[in-house]
Ligand binder design. Structure first.
Ligand SMILES: Nc1nc2c(c(=O)[nH]1)N=C([C@H](O)[C@H](O)COP(=O)(O)OP(=O)(O)OP(=O)(O)O)CN2
Ligand code: ZN
Length: 136
C-alpha cells in the first residue's frame, strides 16, 4: 500500500528571466516584463509530496518533523528573501524560471531524502502559474 504525504512551505524571492548573451530588447521580446533589469519578486508556494509505505512500527510514512527540517534547511534557508540570479549558486548559469527552480528544489531534496521514497515538487510562482516535477 503506497501513500503520499505533503508538506507546504513558502519563500519570497526576486529574479530576472534573461539570457546574458542577448541584449535587453531581445530579452524583453522573449521574457516580457519578467526580464526587467532591476528584477522583480514572487511569493513562491511550495508543496512537497513524499510517496512510500507506512512503517508499521511508527505509523509514519516519513517523520513530518524531519521533512519540515529538510525543507527549511535546503529550500527556505537558501531561497527565502534572496535574489535567485545573484545569490543562489545554482542559478549562476541557469535561468530561474519556475520550471528550473522546481528541478533545483527536487535535486536538493533528493540529496537528503531516503531513496525508498519518491518525491514530487509542486511550485506556485503566482496564484495561477505552477509546475509539478517528480524527477521523470
Ligand atoms: N514557462 C514559464 N513562463 C513564464 C515563467 C516561468 O517561470 N515559466 N515566468 C514568468 C514570470 O516570472 C511570472 O511567473 C509571470 O508573471 P505574471 O505574468 O505577472 O503572472 P500572473 O499569474 O500574476 O499573471 P496574471 O496576468 O495576473 O494572470 C512568465 N512566464
Ligand atoms: Zn517572475
Amino acid at each position: 500500500m503506497s501513500l503520499t504525504v505533503y508538506r507546504k512551505a513558502h519563500f519570497n524571492a526576486a529574479h530576472r528571466l534573461y539570457r546574458k548573451d542577448w541584449n535587453d530588447e531581445k530579452n524583453f521580446e522573449v521574457f516580457g516584463k519578467c526580464s526587467n533589469p532591476n528584477y522583480h519578486g514572487h511569493n513562491y508556494e511550495l508543496e512537497v509530496g513524499i510517496t512510500g509505505k507506512i512503517d508499521p512500527t511508527t505509523g509514519f510514512l516519513i517523520d513530518m518533523k524531519l521533512l519540515k527540517d529538510i525543507i527549511k534547511e535546503e529550500i527556505e534557508d537558501t531561497f527565502d528573501h534572496k535574489n535567485l540570479n545573484v545569490e543562489v549558486l545554482e542559478f549562476k548559469d541557469l535561468i530561474p524560471t519556475m520550471e528550473n527552480i522546481a528541478v533545483v528544489i527536487w535535486n536538493k531534496l533528493r540529496s537528503r531524502i531516503e531513496k525508498k521514497f519518491n518525491i514530487t515538487v509542486k511550485l506556485y510562482e503566482t496564484p495561477r502559474n505552477f509546475v509539478i516535477y517528480n524527477g521523470n
